[in-house]
Design a protein around this ligand. Structure first.
Ligand code: C5P
Length: 208
């Protein structure tokens, strides 16, 4: 079995940055599985199709090419919101999970981040991290990110969006967001990116 680091947690907890740093550090492949759900949502939005059109969503999921996920196109807030709606469809999840597992199995191993990596996609992962931060801290980080690139942001609106997305991701019946029983919890509310990275490396080095 290959070396797999599974990272789960809610939107804005810092999983993405951490996953990138860890993949670099351990020289592993990297997959942001949120992009796969975003790609399905983006295809439906592009065709003007409703997000609960199961057969169109399945077709879009089959067409997802893990090597051609365009972060710039898929990063829009509206796409993330739509992704959490297509992510409740069990048949879409099955199709995407199969692709994600194949990615994880390929040498030399991988870091995958998402919502169900430790619980469903890679239950036998070498190390599982559950990365979280309070909704207020996550909203503040998002707010700062938008302001930093010259945009205008509404903190209360961002906080409300984060809470709604958490509810949808934690409340769905298929593969809800929750820590795996054997996951290491990492609360980054009071941590810098560097501190979170060092804490994760300590956990991983200790586990292997
Ligand atoms: O992480 P990101 O914000 O890009 O994910 C978008 C949405 O995709 C999440 O809100 C979640 O509903 C869904 N998702 C999922 N399972 C994953 C990754 C993402 O359900 N493994």
């Amino acid at each position: 079995m290959s070396f797999v680091v599974a990272i789960d947690g809610p939107a804005g907890a810092g999983k993405g940055t951490l996953a990138r740093r860890l993949a670099d550090h351990y020289r592993l492949n990297l997959l942001d599985t949120g992009l796969t759900y975003r790609a399905v949502a983006h295809a439906l939005l592009d065709f003007g199709l409703p997000l609960d059109n199961v057969s169109a969503a399945e077709t879009a999921a089959r067409q997802v090419d893990l090597s051609a996920l365009d972060r710039d196109v898929l990063s829009a807030h509206a796409v993330g919101e739509a992704a959490s709606k297509v992510a409740v469809l069990p048949s879409v999840r099955r199709i995407l999970v199969e692709k994600q597992r194949a990615f994880a199995d390929a040498p030399p191993g991988a870091v995958l981040d998402g919502r169900d990596i430790g619980t469903v996609v890679c239950p036998d992962a070498t190390v599982k991290l559950y990365v979280t931060a309070s909704p207020q801290v996550r909203a503040r980080r998002r707010f700062d990110e938008i302001e930093a690139i010259g945009g205008t942001a509404d903190y209360d609106q961002i906080l409300a969006d984060i809470k709604r997305r958490d509810e949808r991701d934690m409340g769905r019946s298929d593969s809800p967001l929750k820590p795996a029983a054997d996951a290491h919890l990492l609360d980054t509310s009071e941590m810098s990116i560097e501190a979170a990275f060092l804490a994760a490396v300590a956990i991983i080095d200790d586990a292997v």
